[in-house]
Design a protein around this ligand. Structure first.
Ligand code: ARG
Length: 229
């Protein structure tokens, strides 16, 4: 028997939103890149399946998973109880937390409490948006992507932005943004997971692949590559 009898590999459709560096971004040749993207590629290799990335907005991902138009998503997505009602998640693969970003010269805003009655920008459908919604009297502006959220702060149209700390820090460093800073005290402790439709036949393979790359040094290599750690 020749190798041509080998079974074709399964291809998983994986949703990404490539405006969330360093997790998902578009590289120099417009290819989809980032820590999450490398991670999913490594998982696929370890578990012997193929992937086809599908670009969509972050707030479209849960509906797409529910409709099963995609098999998974990788989007720095926090595992939350609310999302777990409608999708399944892989084991956690990254610890994160929300941070408040403000103008570098702002001395008035020092905590979540000091955001009462202030203007706050967030990305739609995110845990940051959910956190901002709890602030009494705050005026919330929502945007489709995280760069638009930070731009609103840089432009001075809002007093603060709430977003995943690692993403805001990366944007500040990468773009040498001098006019904004983050408040060091994180608002939350969150864990990213890979969501799949409920009862997905692929979740097991994803978890197996994740376990392999966590154990064989691949995860650590990718972490160092994207976080210079
Ligand atoms: N971790 C946050 C959440 O799950 C923000 C994720 C935003 N991701 C993105 N690709 N834009 O809500």
């Amino acid at each position: 028997l020749s190798a041509s009898f080998a079974k074709a590999k399964t291809t998983l459709k994986v949703a990404v939103e490539p405006t969330y560096p360093p997790f998902e971004l578009l590289g120099e040749n417009n290819e989809i890149d980032g820590f999450d993207v490398d991670l999913f590629k490594a998982i696929a290799q370890a578990s012997d399946f193929e992937i086809a990335f599908v670009t969509m907005q972050f707030d479209g991902m849960i509906p797409a998973l529910q409709a099963k138009t995609v098999d998974a998503a990788i989007a720095a997505m926090t595992i939350t109880a609310e999302r777990q009602k409608v999708v399944d998640f892989s084991r956690p693969y990254f610890r994160s937390g929300l941070a408040i970003a403000i103008k570098a010269d702002n001395t008035e805003i020092t905590s979540l409490e000091s955001l009462q009655n202030k203007k706050v920008a967030v990305q739609i459908g995110t845990t940051g948006a959910a956190e901002a919604a709890k602030i009494p009297g705050a005026k919330i502006s929502t945007f489709d992507s995280s760069p638009l959220v930070l731009q609103e702060l840089i432009n001075g149209n809002v007093d603060a932005a709430i977003n995943d700390a690692a993403v805001t820090l990366y944007a500040i460093k990468e773009n040498n943004l001098k006019s904004i800073k983050i408040i060091n005290q994180l608002l939350t402790e969150e864990y990213y997971g890979i969501p799949t439709p409920k009862g997905s036949p692929y979740l097991n393979d994803i978890n197996k692949g994740l376990a392999i790359i966590l154990g064989n040094g691949t995860y650590n290599r990718l972490y160092r590559k994207w976080f210079n750690a």
